[in-house]
Every structure is written in C-alpha cells, then in structure tokens.
Ligand binder design. Sequence first.
Ligand code: PMT
Length: 400
Amino acid sequence: MGIFSGKEVVLGVTGGIAAYKACEIVRELRKESANVQVILTQSGAQFITPLTLQTLSKNPVVMDMFNLISESEIGHISLAQRAHLLLIAPATANVIGKIRGGIADDMLSTVVMATTAPVLIAPAMNTQMYASAAVQENLAVLKSRGFHFVEPGEGELACGTVGPGRLADVGKILEMARNLLTEKPLAGKKVVVSAGPTAEPLDPVRYVSNRSSGKMGFAMARAACRMGAQVTLVSGPTALPDPPFLATVRVRTAEEMFSAVSRAAEDADVVVMCAAVADFKAKKSASVKIKKEDFDYRLELSPTVDILETLGKKKGKRVLVGFAAETDDLARNAREKMRRKNLDAIVANDVSRADIGFESDDNEVRVFFPDGEIRELPLATKDGIAVGVWLALNGKLFRR
Ligand code: PMT
C-alpha cells in the first residue's frame, strides 16, 4: 500500500521538451499505488507518444474531447469529478495562460475548469518566457485563486539558455503531490526532528560514529510536513538529500546537534529525537592527522551531552519524544529511558534485526507512553511507520 493508494491522479502532459519526464512521474505515482489517468495535449503528443504513457499508466490516454469512445468511456466531467488531484507536468506558458483566461478548448483545460480537486502545476519553459510579464502575471493570479505550483528549477535548458524554467525535480513534484493528498492533523504545530548519527572527531580525518543512515528521522520529518506541521530537521552526517518544503540544519557532532536542536526547540510544540547521538567522544581530538606510528592504540573517551535528558529537565509545555535503539529487553530499557529523560513517549525499535532498525528501509516499532499504554506498529516502510507514529502521538498527546 503506497501513499497514493485509492487515489485517482489525473496527469496533464503538455507540449514541452520535459514531457518525457512525465514517464517517470507516472511510474513513481503507480509505484505508490495511484490510479493514473493521463491527458495528453495535441502538442504534448509531439514530444511523447500516447502509447508510452498508456503502457506506463495502464490506462487509456485521453487526447481528444470529441472522441466518442473516450468521451463515453471516460468523459471529461467524470474525469474531473473522480480526480483526487490534477497534476500538470510539464505545464507550458500556453496552458497556464489558458487556465488563467478561462479557456476550455481541449480535454485538459476543460477538466481543469470542471474539477474541484486540488490542481498542481509544474511549469517548464524557456527562461525568458518564464520571466515574461504575461507568464508572471498569470502565475500570480492562479496562485491567488488557490492553484498550487512547484516552481521550476534553474540550470541549462534544452534551448541552450541558463536560468529558471527547467521542470522541477520529479522528487519535488511528487512530494508536493503527497502533501496535497495528506490530511493535516498537525496543522499549526511546530516540530523539531533529529536524524542520523553524530560524528565525534579523533583528528581531522577520523571519527567515532554509528550505523544510523538518517532514513527513519527523515521519514519522521517528511511525514510531519505532509501532515501540515512546520518542520525543522536537524541532521547529523548522512547521504540523504535535504527533503523539500522543510528547513534542514546539518550538523556533525553531538555538541553541534545540541545547539541546533535547542535553538529550534525554543518555540517548538514537539521535539522528536530520532538521531543516534554518539554517546562518547574522544577526550582530546588532535588538530592534525595522527601519524600511524604515533598512535598508542588506546582511546580516552568522555560522554557527550545527553540532548534529550537536558531538554527534559526544562520541558515546559513542549512534548518530548525519544527513540530507543535496543538489542535486548526492549520494553524495560525503553521505559527506563522514557522515565529518566522525562519524555511524553518513546518509540522503541529492535536494532539487532537486519531487516529493520539501522540502515534498512523498513522498521517495526512499539510506542510507549508514561501511563502504560503501548501502540504496536507492525513491519512497514519507514515512511509508513513515521505516519503511524505521528498518528499515535497526535491521538494521545496533542489533543489534550
Ligand atoms: O537512521 P536509520 O538508519 O534509519 O536508523 C534508525 C534508528 C535505529 C537510528 C532510529 O530508529 C533510532 O532508534 N534512533 C535512536 C537511536 C539512539 O540513540 O537510541 P538510544 O536508545 O541510545 O537513545 C535514546 C534517546 O536519547 C534517543 O532519542 C536519542 O536521540 C537520545 N539521545 C541519546 C544520546 C545523547 N547523547 N543524546 C540524546 O538525546
């Protein structure tokens, strides 16, 4: 079951060189279980064939308003009514102008006018066209009418110019689609999530760290953002790119994470520490690379700051949530950490298993609350687990 499970996404593809990227959009939407119905404009069909989009979407591609078969089998009004989301990617200056002007002279512009679903537009065009007064005015008017946009990226365009106009990253378009299709139980909440490991230097090239990939924390941050929260993600060193539509602060050491989390936590409603903060650091870190011959093979370690425990001592109204990485006696250890760090909940996972916990794409967790209640979230993707954790926290802690 994907995020788009049970959702009908109508994808409008218009006539620009980026039309080929519609293939990837269709595939990703289908991977996340959407039923995708493509509307291809006549000029879109100059760039990509209906057969390609039909094969990928597993649905007939609609091109013609007045085709009797597609009108009787699909129908523009029924398409407009069934859609949970209408996504236009790529959207040319022409289609943007038509929508602004209320023109409905083909299947796509007619469905846009007839739908009550959110409409997400991903413009792609030449830089000068994008900068033109007409396009900018049309975009401003459509934004004021409640249309949603994923701004184009910058770079070298197919026509050779450099600047804004390139279709936004497909990942960003899809994330915006997910945002639009997710209910907003966390609207108005300010959330801080930490993720990844910390790295404690021994010298400029070596460090003490752990196996955390950041996947679980990033999933928690993305899910909160989709559910309407204003999110700050504080991440230790990971290979993951900054997620769109939220603020990411990159840090390396436990001390840096402590500063960044404390700053972001000042006006936050909830702090979720998913990071695997290193528990130890070198007592002395060398300022130059230690020579192999000079190394005495004994490390003197000292404890790092316990971020959660420190926040727990001056909690105020803030909700504090920890994660517990356990290899044995999960329930007892997790409850002990929750009590010692003065938490409102702790999410425990068994990191001795290879299929969940560190590095894997999946997880299985138990959420413990101080009153003894436990929510079990069975094996699922980390994205799925993140949604489950937020729903459990929301039901229990935020409705007080
Ligand atoms: O990043 P992934 O590869 O996706 O893996 C996910 C995960 C296994 C790292 C994640 O699900 C997880 O369990 N995170 C918590 C890891 C951890 O440090 O657990 P702990 O039991 O040692 O610490 C308990 C809590 O105290 C945690 O919320 C931790 O962030 C916090 N802590 C720990 C030490 C410290 N110095 N300061 C802290 O705030």
